[in-house]
Structure formats: structure tokens, C-alpha cells
Design a protein around this ligand. Structure first.
Ligand code: ADP
Ligand code: ZN
Length: 729
């Protein structure tokens, strides 16, 4: 008998695909569903995973017959209302489809459901009459009488599953269900509490209080490089552990956190759970389940970890909060630091932002008292801040085709002679950024991007850094057929290593650059080698600038301090200040005096001057003043619209049409369209519109209205919305 129509329950579910709206389904009789439950639903020809978003408040009975039934309910805790509100909020703010934001919370890699029952085998009886070598090996492996996973045992003995089954049939082995592996042990807040300096103790106390008090609150842990920020914020984590909550620590580059994981286990006795793109699908599924069940206590993750379904999140720490890597510029464009604050607000929990060089936005929030500043103004253990000096390249120029100036070379030599480490920093991968033919002037550029090909000698190829296209470096010019005519122009880290090998022939050197990394393990091993002092000279890109602690490193030489300045990017000064401060902050952390050299053509530039004077306030004062004057963030708001298409006229025409339809509003300025600085990427022609508004203005709503009324993209036209853009390329 079918129940009367009015009792049929209808739910609206959100599917993790590029759609904003929910779909309605009937709840089959006998199925208990709550908002947040993860279900499967028939969608077109397939079954899709979905999340119950709400009860359909006013179902029209006439529709019921056309609705399909919810398929299956998965055995997973429901997504909490806090997380669902967060998904809605992020989608509204960033103009990304709600389903795409939801998708970031459901990255469990495998299908849900109860964990598969694993079978084990145990040695119980006498060996069989017919004892093959394979059987003998298996019995040997199981001779301890314990329960072994069936496939593990076969693997260890090097035999097939059939051999195991054979011994089971003979009665030599029994099959039993393996017990579920125990949840990971909890970090012990009392495992190894460090001896804090009075300054650190005050900071730790402040953060502990924040957690104890609970509720939404943002603190900026503002500590110079080497002040022990990690040790201090660990005390906030410890407080969360005492209260039985979960803590999330966000890191800009999770692949490089080997040292961090060790420090965590030294402090808490166990490792935290990791979350990043390199996890195997199986680990991902298991970690996701542990997070959702509240069994994972501390998660260390990349920005994507912000969207996971924590059962009892009590704290989010954003380490190196100023780092650009927190901005995701593909799919849903979001800034994980800003969204962490939003999640904290919705979940009513404290947020700690840690940095030695806060973003201008965060610094302004701290100055205005919106964020609590917890300051660590000096290095731990009485170490001095590095002394910073500029080398004016106009006066002390390196030899032709060389990049290390004589004074820097001399200083490196002296450092290595003292048994200390030196780092030469150049934020450029490869051998040379440009290759040209000396005979005809031909420049090697990418066929499908508006970019030069970068010479990578190590890989023996010319590579496009935008699309990954690569081609072997030819012997003759493809343009004029001249032989031996190709010249490398400008330096990359590989070329710098060549020069260093000639300058310091006895030094043990190592190049660290993201494109030379084969795996996270080798990367972590190399960093350990440096930390243990088995390398004299490090040559690296920004990969080495972040967070590392190399006890013997005392000299940092910046090959091109001007590299990031004055390229028209509104954030050029801020980025350069942060990056150079970070990289020089690697020097002199444990013993001796650290020194930093900045090779520059413009020693009078305000950023270079502020670095040399170690005058952080001067830098922020002038940068904040400039942003206020020009109405740039955080004193105004920005959004970019990026229009791209397979050909230039299509992209340009669409961009112009869109701009013409921008709603008039006194508080909004629409600039452009202009051809993007990177005019072509992967064969797509790009135009940009920049939208500026006053600070308190709802720019997202403005854009939504505009785009709803504007022309629709079709064919291979693409329109990307980037709220609070970080990159203007
Ligand atoms: P930051 O992140 O502020 O640059 P770190 O947290 O990396 O600084 O700390 C610098 C070094 O000092 C690390 O090796 C850390 O273990 C050590 N350190 C900091 N505080 C203490 C402390 N109270 N006791 C022992 N070692 C400490
Ligand atoms: Zn390319």
C-alpha cells in the first residue's frame, strides 16, 4: 500500500558538481535522513554522491510522482550545519558554484560505506603432508601464532593467495576477521613542554586563554623569524587537546613539512594527520573518515584541509599567513587564510594567524584592533636578527655572464671556511630564462603561450613555465640554421650552481628547486642533509625561503633583490619584502651572527631600505599609506574577471560586451578590458577586467547581478571570477 501523498518526505540535495542549485528527491519509506547526511541519488543515467541540504519546505504534491527516490544513505557522520553554512558562504562570496565548494569537503578519494572487513589467517594445526617450499615459507611467516592479514602474509612469504587457501583447507591455518585498526593515538599535551622565554610564555599564555575562552576571535602571532612561533602556537593546540577538540594547522607548502612533523612529535609524542594532494587514495579515505569521526586530533594540511568535515573543530592555525600559496586560482578561487577566518566565525572558534611579515590586510586588522596582536619581537635563545647589507651592482658588478659579485663571493668563501653554511637565493628555476640565437636574434618562445622557454640544462630541455610544454634544446637555430649560436640569457639556479662550482670548487653544494624534486621523500631527505650540516652551500629558489631551520646557516646572498619589484603588480613591494625577509631570516638562527646580502641595482628603493634598516614598521607605514591613498585592499575591494577564448577577437569582443553592461554604481569602478599581461596561456587569449569598490561594499552581489544580466559564455569562451585577486597576470 502506498502511503498518502502528504506524508512523503522530500529533501533537497546538493550534488558536488558545477551547479548552484539543489535537486529534490523523495525519501524512501523507512530511511531516516537528516540535513547533512551523505547519500547517493540517481542523476541522469548515473548514481551520484550528494548531501542532504535541507528538507523541502513546501513540496508540491503534484511533483511527487516525477521525483526519484534517494538511493542509499552512506555510513558517515552528517556534514554539520556549521560546514554547510560555510559551503554556502564561500560559494556566495567567491561566486563559485555551490556544488564545487561542496566537492572540496567530500574529497575522500574512495566511496564511503563501512570499511571492508579484512580477513586474517593464523597458524593452528600441524603442517600438511605435502610441504612445498611455498607452503614452508608461509608457515615460517606465521610461526609466531599471531593473526596476520591474509594478503599481507601471502605477500611477505612471496606466495599466491591460493597457497594460503590450500593451507586453510588442510586445517593448518584458520581464517578470522581482523580487528579494526585502533584509532590514531591522541597527542599528549604534557609530553614535552619546552622551557619558554618570558616573552614566549606570555604569548603562549595569551593563545591558551583564547582557546580556553572559546568563541570566535582572531589573534595575529607576530614573531620575527626564529622567535619560536611554532613552539608558542603548539600551546594553543595543547589546550585544544586538553579539551578534547580538534585542531587544524594550515601550511602553505605541505610537501615541505618533514621538519615540522618531527617537531610536532617531539612536542606531543605522536605525529599529526596529514592532508595534501600527495596522499594515496587509501590514506585519503582513511584520514577523511578519521577527521569526520573525530578520531583525528590534529590535522596538518594544505589549504584544501580547510573544507574537511571536522567533528569538533576547536582551533585553526594559519602558519605563514601572508603566503601566496593560500590563494587557489583554479576552480573555486578562494583565499584559505580569509576563508579560515570565515569558518572560525561560523563555527565560533579562535583563529591564529602566524607570520614574521604579516600581509598588509592582516597588519591593518591588527593595528585597528580587530585582531589581537601577540608579539614575539626577539629571537629565541638570544640569537640576533641577521645583519642586512646591500651590494650595489652598479659599483660591484659581477664579471660578464656571471651573477655573483666579488664582495658576495668573498663573504661566501669566508663563511664556508669557518665551517658554516651559506645560501645563494635566486627565485628562478632552470638554467636561464631566455635562449636566443646570436646569429639571427631568434628567441625561443612557447607556441601556445605568450612566454619565453626556460632553459633547463639538468633535464636538457627548453620548458614553458606556464603550460609545461618542453622541447629538447637544439644544436642549430631552427630559424637561421646557424650552428653553435644559441646563448643563454640571464640566470636561473642551475646556472648559478655552475658559477658557484667554479668559484667555490671545494664546497659541497646542493640545488633546491621545485622542478628538481622527484618525490616528497627525497625532498625531505635533502632538507635533512642540509639541517644536519652535510652541505656547505645551498642554491635555491623560494622553496628554501620558507619555514626551514638550518642550524649552521649563517649567510644568505640574494642574487637579484630587484627581481620582484616594479613589474606593475600592485603587490610587488609587499611580496618582495616578505620573501626577502623570510629568506634572510634563515640565517643565524642558532649560533653565530647571521648576515644577509642583497645584490641590487636600486639600493635606494623603499623596500630595500626598509630591509636593510630592519625597519618593518617603516615598510608597513608606507605601504598602508599607499593603499589607503589608492583605495587598494584592505581600504577598497577588488575583483578580476578573466575572459579567455581560443582566438583573440572572440575574447576581446566578449570582454567589451560584458564591460558595456556593467551596472552603474557610484561605489564601483570597472577598469578595462585590457589584454592580460600574460596575453596567451595554453593557446587561450586572455583579457582582464578589474573591478574596484569601496571597502564595505558587497562586490559579490554586484558581480552576480552583472553576470546574470550580461552575455553568456558559449563555445570555448571562459569567464573566471577572482574575488580579492592576488595575481594580476
Ligand atoms: P619561527 O617559526 O618563529 O621562525 P621556530 O618556531 O622555527 O621559529 O623556532 C626557531 C628554533 O628555535 C626552532 O628550532 C625551535 O625548536 C627553537 N625553539 C624555539 N623556542 C624554543 C624553546 N622555548 N625551547 C627550545 N627550543 C626552542
Ligand atoms: Zn606554454
Amino acid at each position: 500500500m502506498t502511503p498518502p501523498i502528504s506524508t512523503t518526505r522530500i529533501v533537497d540535495v546538493l550534488v558536488p558538481v558545477a551547479l548552484n542549485h539543489t535537486y529534490s528527491y523523495r525519501v524512501p519509506a523507512g530511511m531516516e535522513l537528516r540535513p547533512g547526511d551523505i547519500v547517493s541519488v540517481p542523476l541522469g543515467a548515473r548514481e551520484a554522491m550528494a548531501v542532504v541540504w535541507a528538507d523541502n519546505a513546501n513540496p508540491d504534491p503534484r511533483l511527487h510522482n516525477r521525483l526519484k527516490d534517494v538511493g542509499e544513505k552512506f555510513e558517515a557522520p552528517p556534514l554539520q550545519s556549521e560546514l554547510r553554512s560555510f559551503v554556502d558562504w564561500v560559494s556566495t562570496y567567491t561566486l563559485s558554484a555551490r556544488g564545487m565548494v561542496l566537492r572540496m569537503t567530500l574529497r575522500m578519494g574512495e566511496n564511503l560505506g563501512p570499511e571492508r572487513v579484512r580477513l586474517g589467517v593464523r597458524l593452528v594445526g600441524a603442517p600438511p603432508q605435502r610441504l612445498t617450499p611455498a607452503r614452508r615459507r608461509l608457515i615460517e611467516v606465521l610461526s609466531d601464532g599471531l593473526l596476520h592479514g591474509k594478503s599481507d602474509a601471502a605477500h611477505e612469504a612471496g606466495v599466491s593467495g591460493g597457497v594460503v587457501d590450500g593451507l586453510v583447507d588442510e586445517g593448518t591455518l584458520t581464517v578470522e576477521v581482523m580487528p579494526k585498526p585502533p584509532p590514531p593515538p591522541a597527542p599528549d599535551p604534557a609530553f614535552a613542554v619546552p622551557d619558554f622565554s618570558p616573552e614566549q610564555l606570555r604569548g603562549a599564555e595569551a593563545l591558551r586563554e583564547l582557546v580556553a575562552k572559546g568563541g570566535f576571535h582572531v589573534a595575529l602571532l607576530d614573531g620575527v623569524t626564529g622567535s619560536g612561533k611554532t613552539e608558542v602556537y603548539f600551546e594553543a593546540v595543547a589546550e585544544v587537546m586538553r579539551r578534547g577538540g580538534q585542531a587544524l594547522i594550515l601550511m602553505p607548502e605541505i610537501a615541505l613539512t618533514g621538519q615540522f612533523l618531527d617537531r610536532f612529535s617531539n612536542r606531543f609524542g605522536v605525529r599529526p594527520l596529514e592532508w595534501h594532494s600527495e596522499l594515496t587514495p587509501r590514506t585519503r579515505a582513511r584520514n577523511w573518515a578519521a577527521i569526520a569521526a573525530g578520531e583525528a586530533h590534529v590535522v596538518v594540511g594544505a589549504r584544501s584541509a580547510l573544507f574537511l568535515p571536522y567533528a569538533k573543530l576547536g582551533l585553526i592555525i594559519v602558519d605563514e599567513e601572508h603566503d601566496q600559496a593560500y590563494k587557489q586560482d583554479e576552480g573555486a578561487h578562494y583565499h584559505a587564510r580569509d576563508m579560515a577566518v570565515v569558518r572560525g566565525h561560523i563555527a565560533k572558534i579562535p583563529i591564529v594567524l602566524a607570520s614574521a611579515t604579516p600581509s598588509v590586510e592582516t597588519e591593518v586588522n591588527a593595528r585597528k584592533g580587530r585582531y589581537q596582536r601577540v608579539a614575539l619581537p626577539s629571537r629565541f635563545g638570544g640569537q640576533h636578527m641577521p645583519h642586512i647589507q646591500s651590494i650595489d651592482l652598479r659599483r660591484a658588478a659581477p664579471a660578464r655572464g656571471r651573477f655573483v659579485s666579488p664582495p658576495l663571493a668573498e663573504a661566501v668563501r669566508a663563511t664556508i671556511a669557518r665551517g658554516e653554511q651559506a645560501l645563494l637565493f635566486l627565485n628562478r628555476r632552470g638554467y636561464a630564462p631566455l635562449t636566443l640565437c646570436r646569429a639571427c636574434g631568434h628567441r625561443f618562445s612557447c607556441n601556445i603561450c605568450d612566454a619565453w622557454l626556460v632553459d633547463h640544462r639538468f633535464r636538457k630541455r627548453l620548458v614553458c613555465h606556464h603550460c609545461g610544454f618542453s622541447t629538447p634544446r637544439p644544436d642549430v637555430c631552427p630559424h637561421c640554421a646557424a650552428e653553435e649560436s644559441l646563448a643563454a640569457i640571464g640566470p636561473g639556479v642551475e646556472r648559478l650552481q655552475e658559477e658557484a662550482a667554479a668559484l667555490f670548487p671545494d664546497a659541497r653544494s646542493m640545488v633546491l628547486s621545485s622542478d628538481l624534486i622527484t618525490s616528497i621523500e627525497t625532498m625531505r631527505a635533502e632538507l635533512t642533509e642540509i639541517a644536519e650540516g652535510r652541505v656547505d652551500l645551498i642554491i635555491g629558489t623560494q622553496l628554501v625561503a620558507k619555514g626551514h631551520h638550518f642550524p649552521r646557516l649563517n649567510l644568505v646572498g640574494v642574487i637579484d633583490a630587484d627581481l620582484g619589484l616594479g613589474n606593475g603588480d600592485p603587490r610587488a613591494s609587499e611580496r618582495t619584502f616578505q620573501l626577502l625577509n623570510q629568506v634572510i631570516g634563515r640565517a643565524g638562527r642558532e649560533q653565530g651572527r647571521g648576515i644577509g646580502y642583497l645584490q641590487t641595482h636600486q639600493p635606494e628603493h623603499p623596500v630595500i631600505k626598509a630591509l636593510i634598516a630592519n625597519d618593518r614598521e617603516a615598510f608597513y607605514d608606507s605601504e598602508i599609506e599607499a593603499r589607503e591613498r589608492t583605495g587598494y585592499p584592505p581600504f577598497g575591494r577588488l575583483a578580476s574577471l578573466i575572459i579567455s577564448a581560443g582566438d583573440r577577437p572572440t575574447a576581446e569582443q566578449f570582454a567589451r560586451g560584458l564591460a558595456a553592461l556593467a551596472p552603474r554604481d557610484d561605489q564601483v569602478q570597472v577598469l578595462g578590458p585590457a589584454e592580460a599581461p600574460l596575453a596567451v596561456i595554453k593557446g587561450r587569449y586572455r583579457f582582464r577586467l578589474l573591478v574596484k569598490s569601496a571597502r564595505g561594499y558587497d562586490l559579490s552581489a554586484y558581480l552576480r547581478d552583472w553576470l546574470a544580466a550580461g552575455p553568456k559564455t558559449k563555445g570555448n569562451l571562459k569567464l573566471e571570477v577572482d574575488i580579492d585577486p592576488q595575481s594580476f597576470l
